[in-house]
Design a binder for this molecule. Structure first.
Ligand SMILES: [Zn+2]
Length: 399
């Protein structure tokens, strides 16, 4: 609740965009809590914070536990912050009980998970595992102007630690589900088994400017219309596959000049399609690409797919997932297996080291919304599962 006061909105949520003064304030508070817990903190070149608790054998790779403190413009108190502070609570618990784990434990606060100010999202964890080039990432422009690297310097978080993953024993991320399943079924713990296969597209449409009055309909090449037709087609695609859990998202439309009295000659869209079944998802992705071509042709425009990204699938380490489940059983929690549908830093970490996620419920699944809400009872079980799973992992024998 103290963290949620930083960037608190009148509607009860949080607006704490990455690398703003409010983000700096949240980092300073988190740093002070890490200092109090006796942790050693390092900042990497992407501004991610790594707070380390020594193990009995510090030559062993750490068990990492993390999430993010940045939010969407209409964010809630728990998306991201819960995972970072859960890790801190875990460390405080070990301190209180005077327990030293065999392996060190490292808490991570990843920079720009949300991608709300700098696109794409999850760039810091992506860079950490080598999915993105550091120079390219630092050059990403904010919607409000400055480059990511310049904002890192401005708030004093352009760190010295190389943004390159060394050996990591395992990565855990606790996160609110951001969907309605756990809450509806009365479960307190979601054992995340896999992630919805997903494909995203950045598409550019090009047309020709003209006066909105005299210019004849047959001659029009309105890029805004091409983009709009494409976006509704992606939404339709989601409806077509909705019964099986499919989703099609029209996330963003930018147009230029986007003024009354003139047809736009440029538009850019961000869309994605998701489905629990990989083959069906691939068919949806193919249909999305066709829809871009059809929308452009119908509006007399050209189009180009500037970027495409895929994520999800069976990315989590089965032995870690099993371990999360067996702890959930041992602690007699109300749990169920669940797929992750949103993107998380854990997806990138899974490319580098054994990774698992634990979900906790949020009321009605409402998230990326000021009304996002959890009661302490909603996440106590999840925190205990995280504690015991991570400590078991950190303490296991050296082979
Ligand atoms: Zn999040």
């Amino acid at each position: 609740m103290e963290m949620a006061q930083i960037g608190a909105t009148p509607k009860g949520g949080v607006k704490r965009l990455t690398l703003t003064d409010l983000d700096l304030e949240s980092r300073t508070l988190f740093q002070s809590w890490c200092d109090d817990a006796g942790l050693t903190t390092e900042i990497d070149q992407m501004g991610s914070m790594f707070a380390r608790r020594s193990g009995a054998d510090d030559s062993l790779p750490p068990v990492m536990i993390g999430s993010h403190l940045d939010t969407q413009p209409t964010g809630g108190k728990f998306d991201g912050a819960l995972g970072v502070l859960a890790a801190l609570e875990l460390v405080r618990t070990l301190n209180d009980l005077d327990i030293t784990t065999r392996r060190p434990i490292e808490i991570v606060n990843w920079t720009n998970e949300e991608g709300a100010r700098f696109s794409p999202p999850m760039v810091a964890s992506g860079c950490f595992v080598g999915a993105y080039d550091l120079e390219w990432t630092l050059a990403r422009p904010a919607d409000d102007g400055p480059a990511l690297g310049d904002e890192l310097k401005r708030i004093g978080y352009a760190g010295a630690r190389p943004c390159r993953a060394g050996p990591v024993d395992a990565y855990f991320e606790l996160h609110i589900e951001q969907g309605p399943i756990l809450h509806a079924e009365g479960k307190t713990v979601g054992v995340v088994t896999s992630a919805f296969p997903s494909t995203g597209l950045l598409v550019e449409f090009r047309g020709e400017t003209a006066h909105t009055g005299p210019w004849p309909m047959p001659k029009r090449q309105n890029a805004l219309v091409a983009a709009a037709r494409f976006l509704t087609a992606v939404d339709d695609l989601g409806w077509t596959y909705a019964a099986g859990g499919g989703k099609g998202t029209a996330a963003r439309l930018t147009a230029w000049p986007n003024k009354p009295g003139i047809l736009s000659d440029w538009a850019q869209t961000v869309t994605d399609v998701r489905h629990p079944d990989a083959e069906t998802q691939a068919a949806m992705a193919e249909a999305m690409r066709r829809a871009a071509a059809e929308a452009a042709a119908r509006a007399g425009c050209t189009f180009e797919i500037l970027d495409t990204w895929t994520w999800g699938g069976d990315i989590f380490a089965s032995d870690l997932v099993d371990s999360v489940r067996s702890v959930a059983i041992d602690l007699e929690t109300q749990f169920c297996d669940i797929q992750s549908q949103a993107g998380h830093d854990a997806y990138f970490l899974a490319r580098h080291c054994p990774t698992a996620m634990i979900f906790t419920p949020c009321r009605d699944g409402i998230t990326h919304n000021n009304r996002e809400h959890c009661d302490p009872g909603d996440f106590e079980d999840g925190l205990n599962v995280l504690l015991h799973t991570a400590v078991r992992r950190a303490d296991r024998d050296v082979h």
